[in-house]
Write a protein that binds this ligand. Structure first.
Ligand code: ADP
Length: 161
């Protein structure tokens, strides 16, 4: 079975990576896909985010990266994915995730959303927390892979100039 894990991944964190590793044990193939037409103004470009994911998952042979525009269900169908992976960190994630999953069901009933519960040590972790700590010059090595930390340092040291 092919699973699609869509998100902004701006940037990928150890929380995302934990989910990807676990999904890769459950499904034959996992496609980690950067959604490109979010209303959010991203810090990193799509190609950069995809590279960051590819490097972080290179130890997982059944994981691949992609990017897509438009409806997630449409992209899932294109890639023959039958499962949509999403993460639940806290009750606060639940409402929006439930709404999205139910909406997606009305758009493509053949696609099942499967929620994986975040590892407790990453339940506080989000890309926006990482961006904020990095922007303020704090350490993020316990939150993101080393290459992502380097990209953040470079971005914010450049932005300050
Ligand atoms: P989106 O903009 O679609 O929410 P994100 O990149 O922030 O994209 O998150 C993608 C998915 O990963 C979401 O389902 C989110 O709940 C999950 N996720 C985000 N952070 C974590 C984390 N720390 N642990 C587990 N899952 C997470």
């Amino acid at each position: 079975m092919i699973a699609l894990y869509p998100g902004s991944f701006d940037p990928i964190t150890f929380g995302h990576l934990d989910l990807i590793e676990r999904a890769s044990r459950l499904y034959a193939r996992v496609i980690v896909a950067v959604a490109t037409d979010s209303w959010k103004q991203p810090l990193f470009g799509v190609d950069k985010r995809q590279d960051q994911i590819a490097l972080a998952t290179r130890h997982l042979p059944n994981v691949e990266t992609a990017s897509f525009m438009g409806l997630t269900v449409r992209f899932a169908r294109q890639r023959q994915a039958e499962v949509l992976i999403r993460g639940l960190r806290a009750v606060s994630d639940f409402e929006l995730e439930l709404q999205m999953a139910q909406t997606n069901r009305t758009l493509g009933a053949d696609l099942e959303t499967v929620f994986l519960v975040t590892a407790a040590e990453y339940s506080f972790l989000s890309s926006s927390v990482v961006r904020e700590v990095a922007r303020l010059g704090g350490p993020v090595s316990h939150l993101v892979p080393a290459h992502v930390e380097r990209d953040l340092t470079e971005y914010f040291s450049g932005a300050k100039r």
